[in-house]
Design a protein around this ligand. Structure first.
Ligand code: SF4
Length: 407
């Protein structure tokens, strides 16, 4: 008769064990060798099976349940927003009990619940093949208070643990059946405000024994927290991390205007942000992505176009000088504003978006438009946020367009 599986015994005994979604394969093997006497081979095989097939039997996983999905058609396919229920109190996500069926329910009952939101965005590539980008949340709510953003209305409720971040990939792949090709940290929250957990989640997502998402397909998007950028830069120097992509929300190239729509600019101004970005390491021919949410009557004038070109110019010039490269280093991603609830601003017209892009291009800025997807279901850029939770905390970020400084 075969010896009983010690992890299964532990599950039945109600012991707390390791949550595999919070560990890379080597970390999982080390934990299981210590806790259950598993060989490395056995642990890696189980880990691989979990991530490849979603088979949770006999392995510690706290998979947060998908409680709602909403979809919207786009020219490139169906946009799918999904909501997972998580515990209001994170306790310690890495140690929560195993037994895929039991752990979550008990935990949710014990501590109350919150919800995360994620979006699967369809794309059709240059070869005509379709794929999905998964937009993940790193926090429930956000402390950054960007005035144009739905999530800011919630304030920060709490940061997500590594397993809760990886759990969004797990749900997309093994519950909803859409394995994403790309992962962008552009959902709820400021990733660099939850630095350690986000980096640990990425180390799990890129593990070749697990989700095996190439790091070159993962993008961290930030408002430009200088402290976090410094730490991220150090991380990029470590083996296996140099191809991680960075996107920075600029949204205005004037200090006063940016401070009025992005409070972070008051303590971490554009001038210092540009210093941090001017020699940001970008792998090969990759681009540093700068994001610009185009808001009618706020940041869409010709004066704004010129300021953006002035902001980007030195970063591109430094790159060309240091590399002898003919191509620009920055890609300015123009995002037509997606109105939040009770927005004082409408979405921009197609003509104004085209005009803004054309004017940038004429000044030598490499600019692209982000195609709008999921706006009706409040799943587009800047629209995530749970109305039910929103009432718990408000940061009072309403600013009228009339506060815009004179050009
Ligand atoms: S735009 Fe991003 S950083 Fe700003 S409030 Fe929204 S989620 Fe937070």
């Amino acid at each position: 008769m075969q010896a009983p599986d010690r992890i299964s015994e532990a599950v039945q005994g109600g012991l707390e064990w390791v949550n595999a979604l919070s560990l890379d394969s080597e970390g999982f093997a080390a934990e299981m060798a210590f806790r259950a006497g598993w060989s490395r081979e056995k642990a890696i095989e189980r880990y691989r099976r979990l991530f490849r097939t979603g088979a949770t039997h006999g392995i510690g996983v706290r998979a947060d349940p998908v409680v709602r999905t909403e979809s919207e058609e786009s020219p490139e396919g169906e946009v799918l927003k999904f909501t997972q229920r998580i515990a209001a109190n994170p306790v310690d996500g890495s140690r929560w009990g195993v037994g895929a069926s039991g752990g979550s329910a008990e935990r949710l009952a014990a501590f109350g619940t919150l919800e995360t939101e994620s979006v699967l965005i369809p794309m059709i590539g240059r070869t005509g093949r379709s794929a999905h980008t998964l937009c993940v949340s790193s926090q429930v709510g956000c402390a950054m208070g960007c005035v144009f953003c739905e999530t800011a209305q919630m304030g920060l409720i709490r940061s997500l643990t590594p397993d809760e971040i990886v759990g969004q990939w797990f749900a997309a792949t093994h519950v909803l059946g859409r394995r994403p090709r790309n992962i962008v940290f552009m959902g709820m929250g400021e990733p660099l405000d939850n630095f350690d957990n986000v980096l640990r989640a990425i180390s799990v997502l890129k593990d070749h024994n697990g989700a095996a998402v190439p790091i070159s397909k993962i993008t961290v998007s930030t408002v430009g927290r200088l402290d976090g950028l410094g730490r991220l830069r150090e991380k990029l120097g470590e083996p296996g991390w140099h191809r991680l992509n960075l996107a920075v929300s600029v949204n205005a190239a004037d200090e006063a205007l940016r401070s009025s729509i992005m409070p972070v600019n008051r303590s971490m101004p554009l001038s210092r942000l540009r210093e941090a970005l001017v020699d940001w390491p970008v792998y090969g021919g990759g681009k540093l992505c700068l994001e610009y949410v185009l808001i009618p009557g706020v940041n869409d004038t010709m004066a704004d176009v010129h300021r953006v070109a002035e902001f980007v110019g030195p970063i591109d010039a430094h790159y060309r000088r240091s590399r002898g490269a003919a191509t620009p280093r920055c890609m300015l991603n123009v995002i037509p504003y997606n109105p939040r609830r009770d927005s004082p601003w409408p979405a921009p017209t197609e003509e104004s978006v085209d005009g803004f892009l054309g004017a940038l291009t004429a000044l030598g800025v490499y600019a692209k438009r982000r195609r709008t997807k999921g706006r009706r279901l409040m799943g587009a850029c800047g629209q995530l946020g749970n109305e039910a939770i929103r009432g718990r905390s408000s940061v009072g970020v309403t600013v009228s367009a009339s506060t815009r400084p004179a050009p």
